[in-house]
Design a protein around this ligand. Structure first.
Ligand code: UN1
Length: 500
């Protein structure tokens, strides 16, 4: 596939995507997209030095001025939304609407960060001592490493980047080895904005390319006070102890095993639409993808038959075609994992309701398209409790809501969750302390497709991190508590008298 004109519109130097050792292929048809230079350890070390130097300058620049830079970046994204969205589709395989949605998510977070740049508030706190004032300030933290996954190749970086920059932090980005070209494109766009803006330090943003070893180097890097990483639980488990050993902060957004409870009073029409979007969107490769359907036994047949009708009409094909809903899986490994999970589910007594076949193999032997599957399971066994990053939805039944909530929470991950009900008591119970144990809990909305305004992330094996909206910015800053004595005596806290 020829992406040269897209790249030149986005300002990417063609040399950056040719001649390197990392070959990038499109999941659409397996065709060659580019060969990118991987960064060795020396390059990464030099990037960390440069990021440190950039941070020292950036922290002196008033936050609203940093916000202005991000506003301009948002404008550049608006201008290039179509091209960047198309590149996301070509490199990650998500359908056009979702590719564009991802760029919109970047634009939205730039707007959010711009407003935030005037709202990095600390508190003023009543002091117990006379003629004293207590307050807190939020200071820039330092250079931040951002490690992202193929499935949201640009938006998740933007959530981190836009906030980090208004907070006064420089960023080193390690994109997925599967999607480095979109990362280089964002970098090229940002560099143009930085040049046009003028007067700001270089290296506010840098991209390093490579695999696990680079992730480990960033995690170990003592000059990176925060490592924000999105990916599998296994990745988080390898990374987090390395960051913790040097008392760094990590912001982890790891696996999910997101469920929907469908209660007897649910609006089934609404539920079906939500299930289709959240179970098959991005070919089941979102962290927030719906993977478990916990349906009241009285509703199972009605819901599954409606779902079968809806699934039968899903168009699978090239994500570049406007009417395609499901594009390819990212690669052969993803396909093998899908097949393996289906086989294990069958071994565990699962009954295939629909889907699961590979399609388009004859015309696209080097791409992996599958029909989204639904498997009815007799119980929540080991394979159901694992996250298979593919369009595979397990259906389970329940009798009473407490049992459903127990099943819902009975997995190690805790990202996104939802209930479909029109019963206020059920809805509120699900959202209460006794209900969903996830970072995201919704009513009559599927688990995926969150807006940027809320804090995004999950509990338990999902890693506990929160990024994007709400007060997620605080992790990119350090808090200093200040006490000022404007009197001429030195009263001690707790009423201590010490030698007077
Ligand atoms: C992810 O899959 O890593 O809520 C992020 C959603 C998107 C982000 C998903 N806004 O589905």
């Amino acid at each position: 596939m020829d992406i040269s004109s897209l790249l030149s519109t986005l300002g990417v130097d063609s040399a950056a995507v040719s001649g390197g050792e990392l070959v990038v292929r499109s999941p659409i048809d397996g065709s060659f997209l580019g060969a990118v230079q991987a960064s060795n350890a020396a390059v990464v070390a030099a990037s960390i030095e440069r990021a440190q130097a950039a941070h020292l300058k950036l922290r002196e620049i008033p936050a609203p001025k940093r916000g202005e830079l991000i506003r301009r970046f948002g404008d550049a994204l608006r201008k290039h939304k179509a091209e960047l969205g198309e590149l996301v589709t070509i490199e990650s395989g998500k359908v056009r609407q979702e590719g564009l949605g991802e760029i919109q998510e970047m634009i939205d977070i730039c707007d959010f960060a711009l407003g935030l740049s005037r709202q990095l508030y600390g508190l003023t706190i009543a002091s117990e001592r006379p003629q004293h004032r207590m307050m807190e300030q939020w200071h820039p933290l330092g250079p931040v490493a951002v490690i992202t996954a193929f499935n949201f190749p640009v938006a998740v970086w933007a959530w981190n980047f836009a906030l980090a920059v208004v907070c006064g932090d420089s960023v080193i980005w390690k994109p997925s080895e599967k999607t480095p070209i979109t990362a280089l494109s964002c970098q090229a766009l940002f560099e143009q904005v930085l040049r046009e803006h003028g007067g700001l330090p270089d290296h506010i943003s840098q991209v390093v390319i490579g695999g696990r070893d680079i992730g480990q180097q960033l995690a170990a890097g003592p000059r990176l006070p925060l490592v924000s990483a999105t990916g599998s639980c296994a990745m988080g488990r390898a990374l987090a102890p390395v960051v913790a050993a040097r008392f760094g902060r990590s912001l982890l957004e790891l696996g999910g095993n997101n469920a929907m409870i469908v209660a007897p009073s649910a609006d089934l029409e609404l539920a079906v639409r939500a299930i289709v979007f959240s179970a098959v969107g991005t070919a089941g490769q979102r962290c927030t993808t719906l993977r478990r359907l916990i349906v009241h036994e009285s509703m199972k047949d009605a819901l599954l038959s409606r779902l079968c009708r809806a699934y039968a009409g899903i168009r699978i094909g090239s994500p570049l075609d406007a009417d395609t809903l499901v594009g390819p899986l990212i690669d052969e490994t993803a396909f093998k994992n899908f097949e393996r999970a289906l086989a294990r589910a069958a071994d565990g007594g699962g009954e295939r309701v629909i889907g699961g076949e590979r399609v388009r193999e004859d015309t696209h032997p080097d791409a992996y398209y599958v029909r989204p599957a639904i498997v009815a399971m007799p119980e929540q066994n080991a394979v159901v409790r694992e996250e298979t990053f593919a369009p595979l939805l397990y259906a389970l039944t329940y009798k009473d809501l407490d049992e459903a909530i127990q099943m819902h929470n009975g997995v190690t991950q805790g990202l996104a969750s939802c209930i479909f009900t029109t019963d206020l008591r059920e809805a509120e119970l699900f959202l209460s302390a006794r209900g969903s144990d996830c970072g995201i809990a919704n009513v009559n909305i599927g688990p995926s497709g969150a807006e940027i305004g809320g804090a995004f992330g999950g509990e338990k094996a999902t890693g506990g991190g929160r990024e994007s909206g709400s007060d997620a910015w605080k992790i990119y800053m350090r808090r200093a508590t200040n006490t000022i004595n404007y009197g001429s005596t030195l009263p001690l806290a707790q009423g201590i008298s010490f030698g007077d």
